[in-house]
Design a binder for this molecule. Structure first.
Ligand SMILES: NC(=O)c1ccc[n+]([C@@H]2O[C@H](COP(=O)([O-])OP(=O)(O)OC[C@H]3O[C@@H](n4cnc5c(N)ncnc54)[C@H](O)[C@@H]3O)[C@@H](O)[C@H]2O)c1
Length: 321
């Protein structure tokens, strides 16, 4: 089978490509960056470049549209719409023209959104009302995918990914997601870039110039709590969705069943980092949610394998602190 993987140089895409190659599939990567694994055909280009999309789609049986621009910086919104909305539309058009059999779309829990759940655990029936431009681009992507299924009979699967990380990122204060989540100084820098002055002001008194963990509480005192999924579990779900006839037409949450509290997560990290932690009550509601994975487990027939504790142990084993 010849599979087009978009975003194949990214976290999820590179794991998915490794699995496809291992079982003998032909793989094309469409990304702004190359995937260096032997055997991959790279088309280096942007999702909103129709020419690059057309070249990448040549002779492809299935599309795993895993690439996107993820940003919560206001200035990035126009280029995020070009990548995630125009790009997804061009990929769907090209997939239809070239007769690709299946189109799997990486959506996000931000379509609900997870940070303001109407009820928990969040399941696929929860209303979709994104509150970030990124979440909006993912919901628009879902709508376009559903349209191509309805109007043209395309075999599509929508996977709403959990928050997802490589295990190694958990121990890295400079990493895109874990840095600001678990470490004080990266969080201050992130919140400055978002223009969240009140949060910056709440955090800054705790910064004495040394690295520290951050235990975040919301304004009501609740600890932050959320699922943190290992990239390997998401990649396994993507492959299962590609292979499963039962997945066609489905919308499924994909990710860990565990929602870990920030104080528990920091206690696990501290066993290895030995860093001190500060506990800060932020002037915002706590991020505090849990997501149902029942549908994906039932349809795809696989369960997530990586708890937070197991991810950290693995990151240490492969060379973390
Ligand atoms: N990581 C998460 O927490 C998370 C959560 C929910 C959903 N998702 C979604 O899952 C998918 C994979 O996420 P990831 O963590 O692997 O992301 P990633 O940032 O590691 O990889 C995304 C890839 O897309 C490429 N890309 C970005 N804009 C592009 C453009 N305009 N043209 C071509 N390539 C472009 C990047 O170069 C990168 O290699 C994305 O669609 C993302 O929106 C991720």
């Amino acid at each position: 089978m010849k599979v087009l993987v978009t975003g194949g140089a990214g976290r999820v895409g590179s794991r998915v490509i490794a699995s496809l190659l291992a079982r003998g599939d032909q793989v094309v990567n469409l990304d702004l960056r190359e995937n260096a694994q032997a055997g991959v055909t790279n088309v280096v280009g942007a999702f909103d470049d129709a020419d690059a999309v057309g070249r990448a789609m040549d002779g492809v049986d299935s599309v795993l549209h895993l690439g996107a621009l993820m940003s919560w910086v206001a200035a990035d919104t126009p280029k995020m719409f070009a990548a995630n909305v125009t790009g997804t539309h061009l990929l769907l058009l090209a997939a239809r023209e070239r007769g690709a059999r299946k189109f799997v779309f990486a959506s996000s829990g931000e379509v609900y959104p997870e940070t303001r759940p109407a009820y928990m655990p969040l399941d696929e029936s929860h209303p979709t009302r994104p509150t970030s431009p990124y979440g909006l681009t993912k919901l628009l992507g879902e709508e376009m995918v559903q349209f191509f299924a309805r109007a043209y009979g395309m075999a599509t699967v929508i996977l709403r990914f959990s928050h997802t990380q490589d295990a190694s990122e958990l121990l890295d204060p400079a990493s895109f997601f874990s840095g600001p989540r678990f470490y004080l100084r990266p969080r201050i820098r992130q919140q400055e870039s978002f223009g969240n002055t009140a949060v910056v002001e709440a955090l800054r008194p705790f910064d004495d110039g040394t690295e520290k963990h951050l235990i975040s509480r919301g304004q009501d005192g609740a600890f932050f709590r959320m699922p943190i999924t290992d990239t390997r579990d998401i990649a396994a779900g993507v492959i299962a969705a590609l292979d499963s006839p039962r997945a066609i037409g489905q919308v499924m949450n994909l990710g860990t069943e565990e929602a870990i509290r920030i104080d528990d997560a920091i206690a696990i990290l501290q066993r290895h980092t030995k860093l001190p932690a500060v506990e800060v009550t932020l002037p915002i509601p706590a991020v505090n949610y849990q997501t149902s994975r029942a549908r994906a487990i039932e349809i795809l027939g696989i369960r997530p394998q990586w708890t937070f504790e197991r991810m950290v142990a693995d990151a240490v084993a492969v060379g973390g602190k």
